[in-house]
Each structure stands twice: as structure tokens, then as C-alpha cells.
Ligand binder design. Structure first.
Ligand code: PLP
Length: 405
């Protein structure tokens, strides 16, 4: 059968992907995406092709993924409610467990109300779309997450980007923004590629000067920054610098889902206007049960957060002292700059030979000259694990001539 015209038009796109994959597959060491890892439930080690490696690129920041209490909570939710929520929240999909989780997310974040979505991506897209439309202006940091970018596109609002972590540039952008409509500024609390933190007090001031709302994405901040893991406001010693806080339940919280907290009127508005909330199924019971238990554990065990912060600073210190570049990272996300896509792949391969997995991030995700391994420290990494990782990262860096031999 001859392919139809529709398939023929798709062909160039498929060819382009085939081309890129063929280039990667010609060198097996460069195939880093979609590699299935055998996970050890109680350790930061994984297995690939029967070899055991120390995983340094995972996001289970609090190390709770295999925690028995979280596993039991997920099981109990399945026993009580079954395996699915069977629909959208507005049409028979709402469980008491969802409301309990929303209350806990709001309480933990020091806000009166909260809503949970199917993912962090859906939370961003849904919230931006429910708040903004044509005639409104959204101002986003150049390095904001893709879900924020996509939410802006779908909203139909005017979108303006400002330079990364640059309040002065935001100020300029706001001066030039339309005087009409809503102004919404959105930043990541912690940037997932560089591990740096948004300058929140300065951004708040600029927003106040221009009657703009400030929304933050706490995906890499909850459970990671602030003395008790409450994120960017706690990091800056305040509790009211942000208008709308949002995050994921799939990183420090070892489940799936997204959350938004803020004033009750805002949350009510989202329940009736955020399209992923209205038109996509509610969280499955196991996900909601696991997330709720993990949040409660975080509340009771802030020492997990302290451990992440101490070990991240220690590893960064060791690497910097040996000459590794880590940009302006000050959190659990640490970029190890390799300097080009090629070097990043080579460095990842050398790290693997040294027993450690650090996954490469290359262009176009980051500029070619800043291609890197992006690593993340979790509460599951013991001090000894961090020493092993440091040794491996430095041995591999010497081998790849990223630092002097
Ligand atoms: C900053 C940021 N926001 C949102 C998301 C999306 O979260 P989820 O994976 O729950 O959809 C991510 C995930 O990588 C993220 O890094």
C-alpha cells in the first residue's frame, strides 16, 4: 500500500529524528536518554546492564521514594479507593483523599487554600491559562521551565521574557508593558539546569512598583531550600513574598501530581477555569496517598533537608576547589560544566566508567559552550556516597582534561 499524503508530509520530521538517533546509536556510550535503570529501593544505587552505579542525577530529593511509610500509604489508598479516580474532579472524580492532600499542601506552604492537578506541568498550564488571556501580559524569566512557556503560549496573553535573574530587566520590561490588563510575573524558585535561586525580594519589589502579581514554581525548591524545606520564601526568611505558589509532587515528594496554593478565591477560580483541572482525570488514589504521607514526613523530619543542603555545599566545595565549574549553583542541583556537547558526552561516559551516573545536558537545552552533567544531591546520599561521587567526578574530569591531571 502506498503511504497516504498525510504520512508523506510527516516523513521529513521522522527522518530528522532518525538522523539524530542514528548519530547517537553509532556510539553506544552516547545513548543516555531512555536508558532503563534497575532501582534499588533503599539506596541511591541503580543497575544498568547488570552493573551497579551510584546514581547522581535523580530527583527524589528527600530520598523518600522507597520509604516504607510512603509505600504503605499508597497501598492503603488503593485498598480503600481502588486504583483509579475514574474521571475529572468535577464529574465524580473527587475523593476525600484529594481534599485532604489539598489541605495539607496549603498548610505546609502557609496558605489558606490549595488545589492539586495531574502533574506539575498541568498545574502551570492550567493556572496560567485560567488567569491570563488576550489583553494580559505575562513576564517570564528566560530560563523558566517549559511548562510555564507552554502555559503562556496556550493562554493567548502577551508574553515577554526578561534576562535570567535580572530584576532590573524585569523592571524595564514592566515599564514598557501595556498599561491595561493583568500583569503576571512567573519565575522558578530554583532553576533546574543551573541550580541557582531567584532573587525573590528584589523581584517582589519590582512587581509591587508595577502592580504585577508574582507566581513561583517551587518544583526544585520544596523539600530542598529553606530551613525546613518550605521553599523560596523560607529561604529568604519571609512568608509573604509570593502571590501564587505552585509545584510538583514528583520530585522531593515521590509521587505524581502538581499543586497550587494561594487565596481561597484564586483556588476556587482555578477549580472552575483551569482546563487540566476540569478536563483531565484526577490523581489516582495511590499517588495522592503517597504524596500526603511524604508531605507529613517532610514536616516531621526537617533533618532530611539539612542533610541535602550540607552535602550539596560539601560536594560543590570539593569540586570547585579542584577547578570544576558549577556556575552559580547554590542548591541540590549542581551543573558540572564540560564546555561542549562532545565533552559532556565524553565526561558522562568517563563518570560511568568510574562507577557514577551523571546525565549530560546538551544543546539546545543549554548553550553548547555550557553543556554539562547535571547532578542532584538527595537525602539518600550518605556522606560516604558523596565522597565516592566526588572522587569519581574528579577522576573522570582529569581523564577528560576538564581539570589539570
Ligand atoms: C521547574 C519545573 N516545573 C514543572 C515541572 C513539571 O512537573 P511534572 O513532572 O510534575 O509535570 C518540572 C519538571 O521537570 C520542573 O522542573
Amino acid at each position: 500500500m502506498n503511504p497516504s499524503g498525510g504520512w508523506l508530509r510527516l516523513q521529513p520530521k521522522i527522518e530528522a529524528i532518525r538522523h539524530r538517533l542514528a548519530a547517537l546509536e553509532s556510539d553506544p556510550s552516547r545513548k543516555n536518554s531512555f536508558v532503563p535503570y534497575g532501582v534499588e529501593r533503599d539506596t541511591p544505587y541503580v543497575t544498568v546492564d547488570d552493573e551497579r552505579y551510584l546514581m547522581m542525577s535523580g530527583y527524589s530529593y528527600l530520598g523518600l521514594s522507597g520509604d516504607q511509610r510512603v509505600v504503605d500509604a499508597a497501598k492503603a489508598a488503593v485498598e480503600q479507593y481502588g486504583t483509579g479516580a475514574h474521571g475529572v474532579r468535577a464529574l465524580a472524580g473527587s475523593l476525600p483523599l484529594h481534599e485532604e492532600l489539598e489541605a495539607e499542601v496549603a498548610r505546609f506552604n502557609g496558605r489558606p487554600a490549595g488545589a492539586v492537578f495531574g502533574s506539575g506541568y498541568a498545574a502551570n498550564v492550567g493556572t496560567i491559562g485560567a488567569l491570563c488571556g488576550p489583553g494580559d501580559t505575562v513576564l517570564i524569566d528566560k530560563y523558566d521551565h517549559a511548562s510555564i512557556v507552554d502555559g503562556c503560549k496556550l493562554s493567548g496573553a502577551t508574553v515577554t521574557r526578561f534576562r535570567h535573574n535580572d530584576p532590573e530587566h524585569l523592571d524595564l520590561r514592566l515599564r514598557n508593558a501595556s498599561p491595561d490588563g493583568l500583569r503576571l510575573v512567573i519565575v522558578d524558585s530554583v532553576y533546574s539546569m543551573d541550580g541557582d535561586i531567584a532573587p525573590l525580594p528584589e523581584l517582589r519589589k519590582v512587581c509591587d512598583d508595577h502592580d504585577a502579581l508574582l507566581m513561583v514554581d517551587e518544583a526544585h525548591a520544596l523539600g530542598v531550600i529553606g530551613a525546613t524545606g518550605r521553599g523560596i520564601e523560607e529561604h529568604f526568611g519571609s512568608d509573604d513574598l509570593v502571590d501564587i505558589k505552585l509545584g510538583t509532587l514528583s520530585k522531593a515528594i515521590p509521587s505524581m501530581g502538581g499543586w497550587v496554593v494561594g487565596p481561597p478565591q484564586l483556588i476556587q477560580h482555578l477549580r472552575y477555569n483551569a482546563r487540566p483541572f476540569l478536563f483531565s482525570a484526577a490523581l489516582a488514589p495511590a499517588q495522592a496517598g503517597a504524596a500526603l504521607e511524604a508531605l507529613r514526613i517532610l514536616d516531621k523530619e526537617p533533618e532530611r533537608v539539612t542533610h541535602i543542603q550540607r552535602q550539596s555545599a560539601r560536594l560543590r566545595g570539593i569540586l570547585n576547589e579542584a577547578g570544576m565549574r558549577t556556575l552559580s549553583s547554590e542548591t541540590a542541583v549542581i551543573p558540572l560544566i564540560a564546555g561542549s556537547d562532545e565533552s559532556a558526552y565524553d565526561y558522562a561516559t568517563a563518570c560511568r566508567r568510574a562507577g557514577v551516573i551523571g546525565l549530560p545536558v546538551v544543546s539546545p537545552a543549554v548553550p553548547n559552550t555550557l553543556a554539562r552533567l547535571r547532578i542532584a544531591i538527595t537525602a539518600r546520599h550518605s556522606e560516604a556516597d558523596i565522597d565516592v561521587a566526588a572522587e569519581a567526578f574528579l577522576t573522570a574530569a582529569r581523564e577528560c582534561r576538564l581539570i589539570p591531571a
